[in-house]
Design a binder for this molecule. Sequence first.
Ligand code: FES
Length: 837
Amino acid sequence: MKITVNGEPHEVAAGRDDPVVDVLRDGLGLTGTKAVCRTGVCGACTIAVDGTPQAACLLPAAAVEGRALTTAEGLDHPVQRAFAAHDGLQCGYCTPGFVVEAAAFVDAWRAGHGDVEPPREEIAAALAGHLCRCGAYGRIYEAVAAACRGEHDDGEVTPARVEAMEKITGRARYTTDVRLDGMLEGVIIRSARAHARVTSVEVDGSPVVDLLPEDRIVRYAGQPIAAVAAATRGEAEAIAASARIGYEPFPAAFGDGPDAPPVYDERSRKNAPSSSEGMTLPASWDGNVRGPFSGASKRGRKAAELIDAARRRGDPLLVTGTFSTAVQVHTPLEPHACLARWDERGDLHLHLSTQTVAIAAEQAARRWKLDPGRVHVVAEHVGGGFGAKSGITVEAVAAVELARACGAPVRVVFSRAEELTDAGSRPGSTTNIALLAGRDGELAALAMDVRSRGGVAVGGMSAALARFVYGTAPRRLRDYDVVTNEPPGTPFRGPGAPPMLWALEQAVDEMAHRLDVDPIVLRRRWDGNPKRHALYERALALPVWRDRPRGGSQTGRFRRGVGVAMASWIYAITPATQVELEVVGDVVVARTATQDIGTGVRSVIAGVLQEELGLPAERIQVEIGRSSAPPGPPALGSRSTTSVAPAARDAARRLLAQGLKPGTEVVGKRRRDRGGYVTPFPMNGMALGRGFSGAVHVTEVEVDTRFGTIRPLSVWGGITAGRIYAEKPARNQCEGGIIQGIGYALYEERLIDPVTGTVLTSNLEDYRIPGIGDVPEITLHFHQEGWDHVNGGGVGLGEVSTVGVAASVANAVYNATGWRPRDLPIRPDRVLEGLSP
Ligand code: FES
């Protein structure tokens, strides 16, 4: 059939029903059109058909025959320059779709209204069919508004991040975009049972790679059993669908009742996966309950005695409660993907969508018993991760084993259903909290018991994080895992902290009301962190806080409320980080084995080098995303910037000392902080530095008491993480953190069929993440002082910006209505039930 794409006529061999997204990507190699949800929900595959934006995943090829298509690659529009200038992107995976839609909107708006800025709601309505998991919405608003004002009609722009134009024009190559000659497509066969021993696997038409554990037991519906490959994904899916799997079924545990059947026996427990980012600390088991781990307590017995005595005497300054959180799914827009190839020398080449190129290479070398120099991991651009893409995960195992079995490169790309089922989730939780204040209004004791629900995974570490906040009062902190036959939890942006703060920051709010003290003033009194004190002072002066409604004073349908919560996060680094510089012609090339999942680390390195070397942007080139480069940090635990920036500076100074002559090579290192680290030696390559990053969020909401909906109106976020290296990407990342926190507060909830254990929320319609219209006005303040002991003066901010947001939303709801949400997400039915007399 004949189509015209970006002005060029093409004759394509496509079936009439083939989705246009596949025709463009596979037939014409136009990978700027991204396939994400394949259900018309996310907008990542948006193209213009005769000038009208359409979702290419829903369009059959027959519908575009003879028509003119425009993809991001074929656009040359002011809105693209506006996206670059205003940083309307992070990982960039959603960006080509946004840009195509925004271009049509900007043209129509200007034709109808002239060069004036549209109201925010107009932009939100125009882009309502697009999702950005990184939460770059604030910058997208700004970019579209600027393009409508006619600000980017001509001329060059200085992009806010160095790779911006590659992403905006669809040229950036992600793992899902890489194709190799002779490549096969792999598909994973997954368990239909929540708990069973697999007795047989019969497959016709493909080599089979076994993905079962040693005991051949599947412990959740959707667990990988085997993988197959074929020339096309459709063929591989057909082979997988016709596989005959024999099961010996076992009863499954979906709750934590005493009669729940055991998920593990004593032997298999030691192989349970972990949802923890650090080490999984030892704890005992009782049936499906593991724990408690109480090693983070401080004078725990004393805390329990004080709280018991207060309970007995009915002390009004004892706040108690039970709070729960739902399972939150990472769902980065680029799915988990790996393309594996064994070369003729026996070297292993992986294109892998990962936040850990170096760790993935190490793990691959260990797993396949290769010399480390013979594993080559590449992740040039990564479409988000948020903690879910760490190390060698199952898509990589399947691709590597299939590539060996088939003697050809094999690619495995998760479908959105796989991504939402078995690719990463933050465990749900139930927390019992007791918070006691003394007559002097000081914190007297705290007790927290957190039961994490990470499915078959263990390692929930939530209560333990309460050791590091609110001074030194006695506290008993106990973490339990409740193991069920559900998909495993994995580390997710600030693992453990959101459930802890959801309970603690509401209990502190409640205490402030009982003491009749301003909630920010109480935090300032209890909180020993001087850097956060600076944020409290600012927050107290905010008009939105000063003029907030007094609790219980409103009676109408729509009620406005303002709430506050603080947050704390560890300062982690990769001490072994190095940055290599090489002068190639008149360009300085920087290399380190890190990767950019949307954080802007390329721009951080480029910015440091420009500043130190006094060179213009075009004379700096940053090459990351390759394991072969000198050691660099994983994008985990907010440690990228604080690890690479000082190493880049050190390298620049060495280069200056040697002179900028072509051919010169130097390596810079991340030198120790003044005073060293908390950890005596790195664990898994990570050290803990001295001090905690901090945040204070002040959130304003409007509650519709008739429909139970909550509209976030504004968020002020104060962050204390020291020096900010690349201002626009840093702001963007923190705004994205706030937006993910709003998703956690209001919408996100993975649901499981309680009979079969199947994940019900396996598409982006049923698993709801924030869209552009859900985003409030966000104001950020960076408090940059107080980190002089840190080499470079700055620590990470990606995690601290998100972990306390949900609690600030809940406290705002309480301020608006007098009803305190206990369970996440704060769904309309819960609001209506809470407000019913
Ligand atoms: Fe939108 Fe990452 S920038 S999904």
